[in-house]
Design a protein around this ligand. Structure first.
Ligand SMILES: [Zn+2]
Length: 482
């Protein structure tokens, strides 16, 4: 199935400029995106095209992990290939610090930045971390010296959308922050390399795309209650009809065929661009990610085996899209007691303290959550008139929501075609219901981003009843015995 906006098409950049909602002042400086068999063979021509020169160093950044491409070690293959074509590749291997897994942090970024000189070019060969470290090193060098570093990314896994985004996720003081950074100049998606990555990588990539079944709606909702001014239909239009694409291509994606591999790489490229052009990760990170973050915390605290992020967010998206169906069916603005929708700061702080006291008796966690939450609560109060408009215009808002939220039934059908789990109870070991319910009912208290979960709280929705209904519905969709 053809994508409405294929990132490898020669007119791609002009085509997306015409999408309604495209920010007129945003230029995407990416020169080329290649998704092909043996795509690495284009590196010499592409490097020349973006202003790299053979007489200058070519910094190749990678991590320590061996990567096999169709049975052959990728990194030596690339180095030899570049040398044979007259380039001077210098391999910079990122090694983890203090026995921890490799992170994007200042240490790694500076390590790459120190290798950069005027005229040098960079090729990042790896996944999200290698890309973000290299990207941000180039960005900081350019800020300091005002000289552009030609920058190529050759992903080794279809796992993240970071490759084409103009932000970097950097750990600052132990906390992950999304920092403004730069775009790459060229994306080289070598199908053999991507197809050689472990299946868990593409499960992650697919999961973080499929969340859009619910997350686009959360972003829309946040805009309609006055919490996000950046909303546009651009990400939805840009990435195309995901339900149709995935229903049609599920088997190719599952089997990692050359076609399926290239398609997934394109969708991830579009996702990265969509987030960059939207100036927020919100289109692909809604209620499901909020729940997922709290669930991660519970799983860690209970010393349970972690669930693959991609699997976890997809299974949560089934629940959030069911919650949307429930909300769209049952919400009656006329029954809303408006004053009861605006709890005081003291009330909510106390509620957060009570909710999380079992998780952390010291109260530190609740305090941290409150710091994030109060921003959202303050905006909610300040936007009361916007919410009143929301209530008046509910009929038209609901109609729009219905076209944005994709049905959970379709999501389950896609996952079934891909041979993926469709319910938490199918995981080994299964995740207990009470843990997921706690995360579902309380996750909105610890993130400043507004989603459907917040609306339930402010509307004083009966959460236990809601949970019982969607949990039962999710079990029925997965054909689990009653
Ligand atoms: Zn995610």
């Amino acid at each position: 199935m053809n994508l409405p906006f294929d990132p490898s098409a020669p007119n791609f950049k002009n085509a997306i400029r015409a999408i309604p909602g495209y920010p007129p002042n945003d230029d995407v400086p990416i020169q080329a995106m290649v998704f092909e068999s043996d795509a690495y063979a284009h590196l010499p021509a592409l490097l020349t095209q973006i202003g790299a020169a053979r007489e200058h160093p070519l910094i190749v950044v990678a991590d320590e992990l061996p990567i096999r491409r169709a049975g052959v070690e990728l990194k030596p293959l690339l180095i030899h290939f570049l040398q044979a074509n007259g380039w001077n590749p210098e391999l910079v291997v990122l090694t983890p610090q203090h026995g921890e897994p490799l992170h994007t942090d200042w240490f790694q970024v500076q390590r790459v930045q120190q290798q950069l000189t005027r005229g040098a070019a960079v090729v990042a060969v790896g996944s999200g971390t290698v890309t973000d470290v290299s990207k941000h090193a180039c960005f900081l060098y350019e800020l300091e010296y005002g000289a552009h570093i030609p920058f190529v990314v050759m992903p080794t896994a279809n796992s993240v959308s970071a490759y084409t985004s103009n932000t970097a996720s950097v750990e600052v003081g132990g906390v992950k922050k999304t920092l403004p950074s730069r775009y790459l100049d060229v994306l080289v998606c070598d199908v053999e390399t991507l197809a050689s990555a472990p299946r868990t990588a593409s499960v992650a990539g697919i999961g973080d795309i499929l969340v859009a079944f619910g997350s686009f709606a959360d972003w829309f909702l946040a805009a309609r209650v006055g919490h996000d001014k950046n909303y546009s239909d651009l990400p939805r239009t840009l990435i195309g009809p995901l339900d149709e694409i995935f229903l049609h291509e599920a088997v190719e994606l599952r089997d990692g065929t050359p076609h399926g591999t290239a398609l997934l790489a394109k969708l991830l490229a579009l996702e990265g661009l969509a987030q960059s052009l939207a100036h927020t990760s919100a289109p692909f990170s809604g209620f499901e990610h909020t729940i997922s973050h709290l669930l991660d915390l519970l799983i860690k605290q209970n010393k349970q085996p972690p669930i693959l992020h991609g699997t976890q967010v997809v299974l949560l998206t089934i629940l959030t899209t069911l919650a949307y169906q429930e909300f769209m069916d049952a919400f009656v603005p006329a029954r809303v007691n408006l004053d009861a929708c605006f709890p005081s700061r003291a009330e909510m702080q106390a509620r957060i303290e009570k909710t999380f006291s079992a998780l952390d008796p010291s109260g530190a966690l609740a305090n941290e959550f409150w710091n994030e939450y109060q921003k959202k609560l303050d905006t909610w109060h300040a936007q009361r008139a916007t919410f009143e408009t929301f209530l008046r215009e509910w009929d038209s808002i609901r109609a729009e929501l219905q076209s944005i939220v994709r049905p959970p039934q379709e999501l389950v059908a896609i996952l079934q075609r891909m041979g993926s789990p469709t319910h938490f109870e199918q995981l080994q070991p299964p995740l207990p219901e009470d843990e997921i319910r706690f995360a579902f009912e309380n996750a909105s208290f610890f993130r400043s981003r507004f989603t459907l979960g917040d609306l339930f709280i402010f509307l004083n929705w009966d959460m236990d009843r809601l949970w019982a209904r969607i949990w039962e519905a999710s079990r029925a969709l997965a054909h689990l015995p009653a």
